[in-house]
Design a protein around this ligand. Structure first.
Ligand code: SAH
Length: 349
């Protein structure tokens, strides 16, 4: 049975017409799902019992199940969502002055294996489908009752390692009959899969792009981000310049400060040199400590020094506001602790 959430808006219309229902029925179904957050054909009150039965025999509406959530003292809510096949992913709901923003996952697990990140520690389980990405927004918005106005694809997984599904997801999210969230309110972050950066530049949308840089030279970047061995930094920066020229959009670079690894005065100077003249800004994140990884020093110690050096060189810089640190904010932590609990239970049982 086909999951309606995995279909584009036009595919839903075609498929509902193909089972013999009038065009406006598809509009009604889409309105129930994406506006009213109703995920059962029988609860759609303007759809007859007979039509609901017919739709239910052909299509499913697979909404991830909200199994567990954690509320931080700052109001951030982290949800653990169970997919139809039992895989779990996490989504984080954050409150800002402009409204609610959600951080969603693009894969169950990740195969990039960045040293500082919890998401890659158990490898990749599988890609998420487009509907499992929109499903996270629908499930969290239904469970929390919050109107979500921004989406960042910065949870577990590498979205550009699941590119086609990611593109289909942004189209439904953006569609007026889908989630109707404007392209400028969407942000995707990549660790630097260069061919997809070119594809995304040519796709030429207004979706924001962030690059996880975290290093200024191949030697040090490859040590924390194995992806750099296939896609080295000079080629990455070249792709970034292409993206900026093509889309005329400001790019953001994420730089997680890791004490003793990339937070020195020299690294700040190198970063400024690397990015000089680019239409970009840098987002400094004091690295979140994860289990099994230790640093020699405090991730926050050199944040201001780094910030000042970049500023002196005219590079627009922000320091990421930390949300939800008390509930395990670093990517993949809740999913991992869930896996530990399950393993522990299995070992005991
Ligand atoms: N795979 C994508 C998106 C997911 S990660 C990417 O790499 O961009 C979202 C951001 O959080 C990335 O910049 C990632 O490098 C960063 N991140 C992961 N673990 C972190 C940690 N422990 N502390 C700080 N930032 C982290």
């Amino acid at each position: 049975m086909k999951n309606i959430l995995d279909m584009s808006i036009n595919e839903v219309k075609d498929a509902i017409a193909a089972v013999g229902l009038k065009g406006y029925k598809a509009d009604q179904v889409l309105d129930w799902i994406y506006r009213k957050k109703i995920f059962d054909f029988h609860e759609m009150t303007n759809i007859s019992k007979k039509d609901a039965g017919l739709l239910g025999s052909r299509f499913s509406i697979d909404i991830p199940k909200t199994t567990d959530n954690l509320r931080s003292s700052d109001g951030t809510l982290k949800y653990l969502l169970e997919l139809a096949d039992g895989n779990v992913v996490e989504s984080v709901l954050m409150e800002y002055s402009y409204g609610y923003s959600i951080c969603i996952s693009s894969q169950a697990g990740c195969r990039m294996n960045c040293s500082f990140c919890a998401s890659g520690k158990d490898g990749l389980a599988r890609n998420l489908t487009p509907g499992e990405m929109t499903g996270q927004i629908l499930a969290v918005s239904a469970a929390s009752g919050c109107e979500i106005s921004r989406v960042v694809v910065m949870g577990t997984g590498e979205p550009f390692d699941n590119y086609d599904n990611f593109i289909k997801f942004i189209e439904t999210t953006n569609d007026r009959q889908g989630l109707d969230i404007g392209q400028r309110k969407l942000t995707v972050s990549t660790c630097g899969i260069i061919p997809r950066i070119y594809d995304f530049a040519d796709y030429n949308s207004q979706v924001n792009l962030a690059i996880s840089l975290h290093g200024t030279d191949n030697e040090s970047r490859s040590r924390t981000m194995p992806v750099n061995k296939s896609y080295p930094i000079e080629k990455l920066i070249h792709a970034c310049r292409y993206y900026i020229n093509k889309t005329n959009r400001r790019l953001s670079f994420e730089y997680a400060l890791m004490p003793g690894i990339n937070d020195s005065i020299e690294k700040a100077e190198e970063l400024a040199k690397l990015l000089k003249g680019m239409l970009c800004y840098v987002n400094i994140i004091p690295v979140n400590r994860i289990d099994g990884v230790t640093y020699k020093g405090d991730p926050k110690a050199n944040v201001l020094r780094f910030y000042d050096i970049l500023g002196k060189h005219g590079i627009h810089t922000t320091v990421r506001r930390e949300l939800g640190t008390d509930i395990g904010a670093a990517c993949g932590q809740l999913r991992r602790s869930h896996a530990d609990k399950v393993q522990h239970r299995n070992r005991q049982g």
